[in-house]
Design a protein around this ligand. Structure first.
Ligand code: TXE
Length: 480
């Protein structure tokens, strides 16, 4: 096992280890891939202190200079795209094509955020007083803590780092302990640039130790987190004593509404692709379907056939797969248990429904469940796996009411050829995003934000960028 790399924290532009290590496994075959440091409070505080020390100088540079560094890093990412994609496939389990999309999208995202350098704007406000000038300045927050999930681990580095750095903040990133290798490889690329010391830091570790230390620190000005509702809630509690600002993306339970007048082929293809992509581990992929009775049988037949043809396995070894494994044993157990409970509560298994016999990896069969009811766990909780539960409805109104009756409010979709139905749905669906006649992904120039337990604040575009700033209003009275 001599070729197993032990990665190090990246603090103040230097790599340093930890006594305690965490093993990173390949989810497709449970083989050991690498070891990473399990940082504790002392290392986390050192990273925060480095970021603090660097922040004022970083913010003092012209935004266009800060953007230049983002562009340099984007270029390094592109130069290493194939290698990085292979790493992501091995540690996260997504198929090579999608891993490459993730890497290139990450580079594009860094470039996109860099473009904002000349567009950061304050405001000049009208005063009620004579000879007074009111200026609204937009300022960085200070030190950002970025806590990453494992489903799009590489892109999430950029989603948090790019707006943070562009607006003059510095950052400490903690990748998920499930998928940290790509983040340490990213840090190595950053280290090859002349990015000033302490602007970008990475600490490895668990949520309970490194994550808790980061989110409960008095030295952090914004916590930007993507992950589960439970962890989001724990982070809010950790942030409470210092009233630290939060930006939380906590997943979804995206409803897909299929009306009788929909283009069924399009609906089937889009919903299937969305349920299979990244093995169903995407915050905005279709998690439940409401189909109108008139086309229900046809839709269920078609989607079941489509799901049954899904090619899956170990994406590092087998070519032309549609999906790889789930992230870990806990993810596999959760999906299996949810399907079992749904069937026990009366859902009909149309296809799939079992852990796949694929050696030691965490593979689950693509599954369709019909006859689901609103109160079933499978229609209410995030599955995060290749399982599609379907409920029949009698009208658009019923579908919208069921869709909205959820603790999540991230994304939603509707399939119809009727413009009025599409417009009514976009007006009444109570979600941060609504897709009409398509599924995910979201655009980098959009605004990815959920309501209810899906989170607080959002990411991407102008609105996402400004989440990393605060305003200061300056009143100037002219002297006579
Ligand atoms: O997420 P966690 P898990 C959902 C999805 C999935 C479930 C569980 O339903 O099945 O969450 O995934 C860090 N303080 N999503 O358990 O625990 C942790 O180290 C600070 C949806 O992997 O939320 C990791 O870096 N940090 C989601 C990150 O939080 C803590 C994407 C995410 O882990 C911490 C991922 C703590 N106390 C999962 N505890 C989406 N929004 O798309 C953990 N962490």
């Amino acid at each position: 096992m001599s070729d197993i790399i032990t990665y190090q924290n990246y603090i103040d532009s230097a790599f340093s280890g930890s006594d305690e290590l965490i093993e990173v496994l390949n989810p497709a075959n449970a083989e050991l891939l690498a070891r990473i440091p399990s940082a504790g409070a002392e290392q986390v505080e050192r990273a925060i202190a480095a970021a603090r020390k660097a922040q004022k100088g970083w913010a003092a540079r012209p935004a266009i200079e800060r953007a230049g560094y983002l562009r340099k890093i984007a270029s390094k990412v592109r130069d290493n795209a194939e290698r990085l994609a292979k790493i992501i496939t091995r540690e996260q389990g997504k198929v090579p094509g999608l891993a490459l999309v993730e890497v290139n999208f990450t580079a594009d995202y860094l470039d996109y955020m860099a473009e904002w350098a000349r567009r950061l704007e304050g405001e000049v406000l009208t005063s009620d007083r004579a000879n007074e000038h009111i200026f609204l300045l937009r300022k960085p927050l200070g030190v950002v803590a970025g806590i990453l999930p494992w489903n799009f681990p590489f892109f999430l580095i950029a989603r948090k780092m790019a707006p943070a750095l562009l607006t003059g903040n510095t950052i400490v990133i903690k990748p998920s302990e499930e998928t940290p290798i790509n983040c340490f490889e990213f840090a190595k690329l950053v280290a090859e640039t002349d990015l000033p010391k302490g602007v970008f830091n990475v600490v490895g570790g668990t949520g309970a130790k490194a994550g808790q230390a980061l989110t409960s620190s008095a030295g952090v000005d914004l916590i930007s987190f993507t992950g589960s509702v439970g962890t989001g809630s724990r982070i809010m509690a950790a942030a409470a004593p210092h009233i630290t600002k939060l930006n939380l993306e906590l997943g979804g339970k995206a409803p897909a509404i299929v009306l009788a007048d929909a283009d069924l082929e399009l609906a089937v293809n889009a919903i299937k692709a969305s349920r299979v992509i990244n093995t169903g581990q995407v915050c905005n992929c279709a998690e439940r379907v409401y189909v109108e009775r008139k086309v229900a049988e046809q839709f269920i037949d078609k989607i079941a056939s489509a799901m049954a043809t899904t090619r899956y396995g170990d994406p590092s070894v087998e070519a032309d797969l549609d999906m790889g494994p789930l992230i870990n044993q806990a993810g596999l157990d959760k999906v299996a248990q949810m399907v079992k409970t749904a069937i026990g509560n009366g859902a009909q298994l149309v296809t799939g429904g079992a852990v796949a016999d694929k050696g030691k990896g965490f593979h689950y069969q693509p599954t369709v469940l019909a006859g689901c009811k609103a109160d079933m766990e499978i229609m209410r909780k995030e599955i995060f796996g290749p399982v599609l539960p379907i409920q029949i409805v009698d009208s658009l109104d019923e579908a919208i009411a069921l869709a909205n009756d959820s603790e999540y409010g991230l994304t939603s979709s509707i399939y119809t050829r009727n413009l009025s139905s599409a417009l009514k749905a976009s007006r009444e669906l109570d979600f941060g995003e609504t897709y009409i006649n398509r599924e995910n992904f979201e655009a980098m120039q959009g605004f990815h934000a959920g309501t209810r337990k899906s989170g607080i604040g959002g990411a991407d575009g102008k609105h996402g960028l400004y989440e990393y700033t605060r305003t200061q209003v300056v009143y100037v009275q002219e002297q006579s």
